[in-house]
Design a protein around this ligand. Sequence first.
Ligand code: ADP
Ligand code: MG
Length: 301
Amino acid sequence: MSRVRHERLCILSRQKSLYSTARLVEVAEALGARPIVMDTLRCTMVVGPGGSKLLYRGVAVEGLSAVIPRIGTSVTAYGMQVVNQLDSMGVPVVNRASAIARSRDKVRCLQLLAAGNVAVPRTVMASDTSHIVRLVEAVGGLPCVIKLLRGTQGVGVMLATTMTEARTIVDTFTSLGQEICLQEFIAESSGRDVRALVVGDRVVGAMRRQARAGEFRSNIHRGGEGSPMTLEPAYRETAVKAAKLVGLDICGVDMLEGRDGPRVMELNSSPGFEGLERATKQDVASEMVKFALEVAARPRS
Ligand SMILES: Nc1ncnc2c1ncn2[C@@H]1O[C@H](COP(=O)(O)OP(=O)(O)O)[C@@H](O)[C@H]1O
Ligand SMILES: [Mg+2]
């Protein structure tokens, strides 16, 4: 334990009071590490002669053992720069910026998963949306899901049940300059999905999320409810494989329960785990902190 006592574990987060951030701080302290929460937007990067530096509120940051980035979608671009800066200074980061960036784009993420033989819902992205019928047919017909490439918490995920609906949804988003994709609706999983939290090379917690009545999106933020579950090996292996393919050390893997097994929808690189800890009564924060400290102890390449 003597090593752990001197570890300076940084949590990059906009707010100390967020449940997941507060839990990471609490367990890091309990493990004897010295956590520090740094507001991503208060980090300044200096690059050039004399080496790269990171200033926090104007003061150079030194001696960090590891960083857990909790980068919200509203600060993705700047957050990536901060994570890259720390990475280039030799500070171990879990996750790396390149992997976070991959996970933020749903289609990019699905491309990587499909290339690695992970089952995903059939998905179409098109710049020319004038032939909506063809696009809908390409995902297996109606009803179909239309989603924002960079949406989160269920916002921007819609179900089109008629061709007119599909056309108006696609036209609206396209005219607003939003990138979207069309996706096969996995009807047998309607209103429910599985969230697995991967840390390193294992699943440390999983829950089934059930949407509230009349809703097909099972996000907790949309009123979905989580319940604990034991993951079947196929789901566990798929979640771990998906994380590896995208290069994420820590992530939430969202899977639909398809007729032929898991279909991965997306990976979340800064997964909130309030719902998961409440549903499973498990301490997943400790798993994350222990993993970060383990990475910190590895010899640097
Ligand atoms: N292809 C689909 N078939 C059935 N349900 C879906 C599909 N895509 C998304 N959903 C439902 O919508 C929710 C949100 O979709 P997701 O792609 O994870 O977006 P977000 O990033 O907003 O969470 C999922 O948790 C799931 O319940
Ligand atoms: Mg999701």
